[in-house]
Design a binder for this molecule. Sequence first.
Ligand code: ATP
Ligand code: MG
Length: 273
Amino acid sequence: MKAKTIAVVNQKGGVGKTTTCANLGIGLAQEGKKVLIVDLDPQASLSISLGQSQPDTLDTTIASIMNKVISDIPLEPNEGILAHDEGIDFLPSNIELSAVEVSLVNTMSRESVLKQYLDTVKNDYNFILIDCSPSLGMLTVNALASADSVIIPVQSQYLPAKGLEQLLLTVAKVRKQLNPKLMIDGILMTMVDNRTNFAKDICTLLRETYGGKIKVFNTEIPQSVRAAETSTTGKSIFSHDPKGKVADSYKNLTKEVIKIEKLRQKHKSEIGR
Ligand code: ATP
Ligand code: MG
């Protein structure tokens, strides 16, 4: 087993990164995959949404782990990794991660601290998902440097234009300077309200603008209060509202993600022959 690592990124806040990480991760686990989700946001929304209501009281988090990597202190096996009862593992975060981001500036190989850590757990999982913070700072660069691919959630109520261009430039730069194998799995439309023409227009516009260059997932995540509620329930949408349209759409997204991975494996083995 060697995990495929996917960074869920967008420097715009509140576009559904965390919700997507949690529900795609649990969706993949329901398909029999071994999944680790890394909370790489000092706000710790993912940790909270997975049931850690007081992340700042945790001793071992991605922050303490990255500090150990920086100081060359060996890690215990599975250090800090928590199990969620819907079948995934996750590494929580807390506010200390913002201090780590500051200290990275003076660290050797500062872009690859997260990668050094993930290399130690990669063989235990099929997928590692990284929930990024809404910024293109050092933490996100670490995520991009250690990922095989990125998923970009885009909120359908707003025109993403400029922000998206900047994000794509950052991905291109990381690919050139740090991580040549970095791919874009796709743009994911989130919080889609199909009752409004505006949301439909943005979806269509995005597909027209980027569809040729970048995959836009066929699956669109609908707007629903049931999805918003999962930020605090400690449960995924699959147990909170299993028959709802959001559970359905995250199931479809899971299938698309597995399909991309299968195609890539097939492609790899064909080149290898
Ligand atoms: P941040 O940039 O702050 O990390 P984010 O990109 O991780 O934000 P989320 O936290 O996943 O975004 O979602 C932002 C808010 O929107 C949350 O309150 C969440 O519960 C809500 N939300 C997420 N997905 C949906 C949806 N499909 N329908 C309605 N609300 C949603
Ligand atoms: Mg988030």
